[in-house]
Design a protein around this ligand. Structure first.
Ligand SMILES: Nc1ncnc2c1ncn2[C@@H]1O[C@H](COP(=O)(O)OP(=O)(O)OP(=O)(O)O)[C@@H](O)[C@H]1O
Length: 235
């Protein structure tokens, strides 16, 4: 099992954001994590990334408990938060070097070269982040995520705010990364899920409504598009 979530609930004050959710994903799968605004996607992702404690329940990345062994679990995770907060005054190589130091990566320079090639940043590597287009900033965010070669990527709305060309390029990059890694990807774009995901989890008001493989979709929901399924499960 790659990602395992067991009976996770999260209560903020008197707001129940997650209500005992459980799911598991296989390895090297791209999993679309869908739900309307406020469904609890970001909360789940932050809990999985070890940035937020659940109120109850547990999660595991490759059988390592995020709650009990957070440092070990974090070595296996690359997390791209919503809005990809980066230090915009830093140069591309500088921020990657900063990330590599955090992960104590050996052969840093060669490793950064590899990640720059993998994420298509070669032509932009000498720029400061504020000089980059949103799409290239997103590539830097993804480069930061994969620096320590984690087996699992947790990507919160990675294509939001990008133009159609950049969306296609970032999707292709995620699809390429998904050949070797498990990717949990939240998005509001159904087309994106159909283009790159192997399976889908639909969350609504803090509860999992369904979890299915896209290969099984037409059998499970005959004649319905993913958008229609989303509406049916979240209305
Ligand atoms: N720090 C917080 N304090 C209080 N309530 C919060 C906090 N963070 C999230 N919530 C609430 O928890 C619920 C789930 O929020 P969350 O951000 O996880 O949803 P989401 O599915 O990621 O939404 P979106 O698609 O809009 O990003 C919402 O009702 C939200 O208002």
């Amino acid at each position: 099992m790659s990602i395992k979530v067991e009976y996770v609930s999260k209560i903020y004050g008197d707001q129940k954001a997650l209500d005992s959710i459980s799911f598991e994903t296989g390895k090297q799968r791209i999993v679309g994590f869908l739900g309307p605004n406020g469904a609890g996607k970001s909360t789940t992702m932050k809990i999985l990334a070890g940035l937020l404690p659940p109120t109850t329940g547990s999660c595991y990345i490759h059988d390592v408990s995020v709650q009990h062994d957070p440092l070990k679990a974090k070595k296996t995770i690359g997390f791209l938060p919503e809005n990809n907060p980066l230090y915009l005054d830093m140069y591309v190589r500088e921020i990657l070097s900063f990330g590599a130091n955090t992960h104590r990566i050996k052969n840093k320079s060669r490793h950064i070269d590899d990640v720059i090639i993998q994420t298509g940043l070669l032509t932009e590597q000498h720029k400061k982040l504020h000089q980059l287009s949103k799409g290239y900033r997103q590539r830097v965010g993804l480069a930061m995520c994969i620096l320590h070669d984690p087996a699992v990527l947790i990507l919160n709305e990675p294509t939001t705010g990008l133009d159609p060309n950049q969306i296609l390029e970032i999707r292709a990059l995620i699809k390429m990364l998904g050949k070797e890694k498990t990717v949990l990807l939240s998005t509001h774009i159904m087309q994106e899920v159909e283009a790159i995901c192997d399976e889908v989890i639909i969350l609504n008001q803090g509860k999992i409504q369904d979890h299915f493989s896209l290969d099984d979709m037409s059998q499970r929901y005959p004649k319905l598009s993913l958008e229609e399924i989303f509406v049916r499960l979240t209305k």
